[in-house]
Design a binder for this molecule. Sequence first.
Ligand SMILES: O=P(O)(O)OC[C@H]1O[C@@H](O)[C@H](O)[C@@H](O)[C@@H]1O
Length: 307
Amino acid sequence: MSGAASVERVKDRATGLDKFVLREARGSSVEVYLYGGQVTFWKNNFGQQLLFVSNKATFKPRKAVRGGIQICFPQLGNHGVLEQHGFARNRFWSVDESPPPFPVATSNCHIDLILKSSPEDLKIWPHSYEFRLRVALTPRGDLILTSRIKNISSDSKPFQFTFAYHTYFSVSDISEVRVEGLETLDYLDNLQSRKRFTEQGDAVVFESEVDKVYLSAPPKVVVIDHEKKRTFVLRKEGLPDVVVWNPWDKKDEEYKSMLCVGAAAIEKPVTLKPGEEWIGKQEISAVPSSYSSGQLDPELIRRMHTI
Ligand SMILES: O=P(O)(O)OC[C@H]1O[C@@H](O)[C@H](O)[C@@H](O)[C@@H]1O
């Protein structure tokens, strides 16, 4: 561990659940629960929470925690035989004490978690897997989630899954936010029975409920929050699609200060043969921005090129 970075296991007083707190020397921090392998807090160097967690979020197993970054596996949405967004977000994960060598760069300040097929889950999803999740915080406060999923079946059967990092960003006001990087892409509209359309605007903006899956998106997508003068830069690897969801007035008013944008693999489910491993990575940065007349500020341009 470099400098004053630390990783601490604590029992959350309010929820009674075990979580890990990752802290970096310059002040940024992350909280990740064993329940769901779910990141609930991601704070910048000034202690500002960058993720949305609903005021009504219950931390009561087996309900999903509403907010943060949900791990949706082995199914996204309700298109399949499993519960909405799969079961991984409703299970207790364990600490992965001795993970195999890590194939991609992350950061020294990290925690490794693991979820394995339980006898109970094998009844609803009859596939043996190991799901390793590394949650890492970089010295400058970027949050990197890396998932490694391996088929460990002893038979010769492959399995398939869909996946998403269902990431609830905290925003000032959804109507002041735009998402860039998805323009001209095809998307599946969950509000229209998953029909396929092509994005027409020069950015995604929000004037009503949005629930879409953008297909084969570029490796970098940005969420620009004019009012907060903050831009989230999301980079992804191994995850072709991007989920964009805001319920507008279908849920509480508080959801107007939330935008869910997350890297995903949905249109083409991932297939793993026994012994095969899949890797999907999402890296997010929060940078100060001023965005007017199409001009990004120099700091953002610098960060976007160096990330
Ligand atoms: O309430 P949940 O199960 O966490 O899901 C939240 C939303 O997640 C989105 O990905 C779905 O497309 C929405 O339909 C759903 O409402």
